[in-house]
Write a protein that binds this ligand. Structure first.
Ligand SMILES: *[C@@H]1O[C@H](CO)[C@@H](O)[C@H](O)[C@H]1NC(C)=O
Ligand SMILES: *[C@@H]1O[C@H](CO)[C@@H](O)[C@H](O)[C@H]1NC(C)=O
Ligand SMILES: *[C@@H]1O[C@H](CO)[C@@H](O)[C@H](O)[C@H]1NC(C)=O
Length: 392
């Protein structure tokens, strides 16, 4: 007690208090910069160039309005056979198809992605997928909450937030175990990680990757994050595409017959072994898939943020501006596709994309440019394999 006299205590608590105040001030300034000053500055730059937008409340921006619209739109029923879904889907993410076929497709695509990504560790991979689904479900629940858009809300220790954090930890733990056991298995032999996606990533992780301004190492956290991305991006998307394709073929039986004829011509009857080279010969099935991807764009909106100032035509787009590409709306634009835009008409693709629409980029289900969807080929081949088996 000699050491820590009253004066020491009070000095100590004063410094602690000062630290605390400084910390709070630091966080506050950061928030003001991020959620107030930056959005105002970006808005001013765009306004000056004649690009106006809806007024947004301070701090939270337009998100509460987007969520409100989403909710209102979700409450309305849609007529079957009416594919004018822009108004319904665009304010928010893809609607879940809850039909039985949806469950079935979820199971099939889960199996496939778990096998592709984790091969021998397939069973454990499926467990991770279940945890990831739970995480998505919890996050969706939170996004529907009233105060979800308030910055910092997600770190307040509320029951749902705690659940989300625990589920995230569980996902990382499971993935970490799979990765570690694979590493232990092949200790000392860098090229023997297996020929599944995880194996490729582990091989890559052993090399340093040269990037601008230095080298990076693909650490454990990057591995875990990439596994999550491939799992989620590679599963739900394809199962949704398949669900819509099945639904459209079920209600347009002429196209179903034409697809079946083609499949049998190219791949033979039931139980005939199929290989991916056959898929290059499909024409009708390609038209059907393109028309499905157009009508029910799996990813209806794409968000991007500029990393540097760019000039687009007359427009100066400042660094840091959030851009929003309403892909689904472009796919449903009658000025690009004609008045029958909301109808299921695979025949519009009979002479390829160029003849189907007035703009070469009017169809971009997988985006375009150097950052187009890395899984495009995989997703389409997967969808075709499943459709072939079902149609046979
Ligand atoms: C999907 O898989 C789960 C668990 O493996 C099973 O309980 C469910 O019945 C399956 N659903 C369908 C439609 O096959
Ligand atoms: C998501 O969670 C809710 C509430 O726990 C549950 O009712 C619902 O069935 C879950 N949905 C899925 C797809 O797991
Ligand atoms: C389907 O769309 C892709 C581009 O997304 C295109 O390369 C392909 O030629 C299209 N197929 C048909 C039959 O229109």
């Amino acid at each position: 007690m000699e050491y820590f006299g009253d004066r020491t205590w009070s000095t100590l608590s004063t410094s602690l208090l000062t630290l605390l105040v400084l910390w709070v001030a630091y966080i506050f300034v950061g928030m003001v910069e991020k959620f107030l000053i930056t959005p105002m500055r970006l808005k001013r730059i765009m306004n000056r160039q004649g690009v106006q937008g809806p007024s947004a409340p301070l701090f939270v921006g337009n998100m509460p309005e987007v969520i409100r619209l989403q909710k209102a739109s979700e409450e309305k029923d849609m007529k079957t056979g009416d594919y004018d879904i822009v108004a319904r889907i665009l304010p928010y993410h893809i609607q879940n198809c809850q039909a039985y076929v949806g469950d079935y497709m979820t199971n099939v695509t889960s199996d496939i992605i778990a096998k592709t990504a984790f091969g021998s560790s397939y069973k454990k991979g499926k467990k991770v997928l279940e945890q990831l689904f739970a995480l998505v479900n919890l996050t969706n629940q939170r996004n529907k909450q009233r105060f979800a858009t308030i910055p910092g809300y997600s770190i307040i220790p509320m029951p749902l937030n705690i659940k989300i954090i625990l589920t995230k930890l569980a996902v990382s733990k499971s993935l970490g175990e799979i990765i570690q056991s694979r590493k232990d298995m092949v200790k000392g032999d860098n090229n023997a990680y297996g020929n599944d996606l995880l194996g490729f990533m582990l091989n890559a992780a052993m090399e340093e990757i040269a990037i601008e301004g230095g080298k990076v190492h693909f650490g454990m956290q990057s591995l875990i994050d990439n596994c999550k991305t491939f799992f989620l991006a590679g599963q739900e998307t394809t199962s949704t595409l398949l669900t819509w394709t099945m639904m459209l073929l079920a209600s347009h039986t002429t196209w179903q017959e034409r697809a079946r004829e083609e499949v049998i011509e190219v791949c033979g009857h039931k139980d005939h072994p199929i290989d991916a080279n056959m898929f290059r010969k499909f024409k009708t099935l390609d038209m059907i898939l393109n028309e499905t991807l157009r009508l029910f764009s799996i990813v209806p909106v794409q968000n991007r943020q500029t990393l540097m100032d760019v000039h687009l035509g007359e427009l100066h787009i400042p660094k840091g501006l959030a851009l929003y590409f309403p892909r689904l709306a472009i796919h449903h634009d009658p000025t690009l596709w004609g008045e029958d835009v909301h109808e299921f008409k695979p025949e519009r693709f009979v002479d390829g994309i160029a003849k189907a629409t007035k703009h070469p980029l009017a169809l971009m289900p997988f985006s375009f440019g150097p950052r187009f969807c890395v899984g495009q080929g995989f997703a389409l081949d997967e969808a075709k394999s499943i459709l072939v088996v079902i149609l046979q």
